[in-house]
Design a protein around this ligand. Structure first.
Ligand code: BG6
Length: 508
């Protein structure tokens, strides 16, 4: 006789937390910044929230002469310092027995054999039936050798492992379309395409996921979300920090490759895409891909893009170095630390609506936002003097910090005249919800372990994004970036770029 279904086991029931099957997370590059500041703290936060299975092991791999205990100490220090959720000794005590380390270089066959053996042994020691995710938190130049080792030892093989084997690839995913394709081939040779998770941590941010909720769960916005009502869209990712200690990486990359190719184009795609038929990963990716493929890079690159490089200056009351004075940056470097681009999307919804995208380091403050600027009302039956303080209506998605959404529109100023002025209606996560948002990496690591690909761009998206950036990089070759003072909003030319079209950057 069939037992009645247990309603408490209904996968649709929101009260049921999504918990992965017993598994291991193998981190390559475990001594790096990303592992210390994001990945290990994310594991702790997940454990603290009760979202990891009892059979769960973190396995670090690096060129260090460490035992499990040494790595555990370092992991603990990293988690204590960078975790989002409060520290609880009992949570760490449960994790600490499940932290392992294998030392060796990426060329060291014996070390990889030992890693494979260690994973196999987890079946008996921890009840983990072959499931493992490999996090490649390593420089792209090391991808080929690590992938080869994973292939050689059979560690990437689902059948051999008896469970699932997944790989997580950090950006940058290539440095142009061709290298991205080569990398895809390399990864696909070793892992099945379904088991490859490309990380763009912006997609893990609550506020970024909320773009889809805002657009497709409401009736209010969609009817005006098109060229009939939208004048332009501004996407800004401003950072107050400089390049820190990352000169080696940053100088060979620059802002367009570092954050526009991925984070900003993903924000653009979510803002501009059509409604997916469902929230299945493949449906959302399909719609994003259509937008990315409809982007037309500017014909006149000199006019419709601005590259900048920061000079010394003041940020938040502190004197800071110029880019060329940063440790490890060649004094003749022409790498950009700021970029502004005027992009068009060639489809019916967006024809004629410019998407202005800008990103930069050493700007006055850290803010990422998507601002949808609406057209002015076709007729304003007011005295000109009464509407001097009335701007375009704006819907601003504040990705970070002060996460939320702001709607700006005109309102009558109390008094005897019909003076109209812009006011802001503000939704802030901090006030609307009691629960704090998870960190992007917390969400994304959990999704990999569960096998949910919704928040991971696929190879086609990555390639379509490179197809936007490649012609720009080509046109910029041999040109010098415009200098801008640290603590200012980028080069003046970026203001001129919008000014020519009768627009101005929003004060973010
Ligand atoms: C990374 C870039 O992808 O994103 C960094 O490589 C940048 O240069 C960082 O600083 C910003 O991330 P967030 O989440 O702080 O906006």
């Amino acid at each position: 006789m069939d037992l009645p279904a247990n309603p408490l086991r209904d996968p649709q029931d929101r009260r049921l937390p999504r918990i992965p099957e017993p598994c291991a997370l193998v981190i390559f590059g475990v001594t790096g910044d990303l592992a210390r500041k994001k990945l290990i703290p994310a594991v702790y936060d997940l454990a603290n929230r009760g979202l990891l299975p009892p059979g769960f092991v973190v396995l670090g791999f690096a060129r260090r002469d460490w035992g499990d205990g040494d790595f555990e100490q370092i992991a603990r220090a990293a988690a204590e310092k960078h975790a989002r959720t409060p520290w609880r000794d009992e949570v760490w005590a449960r994790l600490s027995g499940n932290i392992k380390f294998v030392g060796g270089s990426f060329e060291d066959d014996a070390a990889f054999d030992l890693l494979a053996q260690t994973l196999d042994d987890l079946r008996d020691s921890h009840g983990i039936p072959g499931n493992a995710a490999f996090y490649l938190s390593i420089p792209p130049s090391a991808f080929p050798v690590v992938l080869k080792q994973l292939g050689r030892t059979g560690m990437a093989d689902n059948d051999r492992s008896g469970g699932w084997r997944r790989v997580i690839v950090e950006k940058p995913f290539g440095s142009d379309l061709q290298s991205a394709r080569e990398l895809d081939d390399l990864v696909d040779d070793v892992f099945t395409a379904d088991d490859v998770f490309r990380i763009d941590h912006y997609l893990g941010k609550e506020t970024v996921q909320n773009i889809l909720a805002l657009r497709f769960a409401n009736t209010l916005f969609e009817p005006v979300w098109n060229s009939h009502y939208v004048d332009s869209v501004q996407i800004t990712m401003a950072e107050d920090v400089g390049i820190g200690t990352r000169a080696g990486f940053y100088d060979s990359v620059g802002t367009a490759r570092d954050v526009v190719q991925n984070h900003l184009l993903q924000l653009l795609a979510l803002t501009a895409m059509e409604e997916p038929t469902s929230f299945e990963a493949s449906e959302i990716r399909q719609e994003k891909l259509k937008v990315l493929r409809a982007i037309v890079p500017p014909k006149d690159v000199a006019k419709d893009t601005v590259r900048g490089q920061y000079l010394p200056g003041w940020v938040a009351g502190e004197r800071v170095k110029g880019y060329l004075d940063e440790d490890g940056v060649p004094p003749t470097s022409t790498t950009e630390t700021y970029v502004a681009i005027n992009l068009a999307i060639q489809n019916r919804r967006w024809a004629g609506v410019p998407f202005y995208v800008r990103a930069g380091k050493r700007l006055p403050r850290r803010v990422t936002e998507v601002a949808v600027m609406f057209k002015r009302a076709p007729h304003l039956p007011f005295q000109q003097a009464d509407i001097e303080m009335l701007g375009n209506n704006q819907l601003v998605i504040r990705v970070q910090p002060d996460e939320g959404v702001v709607l700006k529109f005109g309102s009558k100023v109390p008094g005897t005249t019909m003076e109209v002025r812009d006011i802001a209606m503000d939704f802030s996560y901090g006030e609307a919800f009691t629960e704090a948002s998870p960190e992007a990496y917390e969400r994304l690591v959990l999704d990999v372990l569960i096998g949910d690909k919704t928040l991971f761009p696929d190879a086609a998206e990555v390639e379509a994004s490179w197809a936007v950036i490649d012609p720009l990089e080509e046109a910029w070759e041999g040109t010098k970036p415009e200098p801008y003072r640290s603590g200012e909003w980028g080069p003046r030319l970026a203001d001129k770029m919008l000014g020519r079209e009768g627009r101005a950057w929003r004060r973010a």
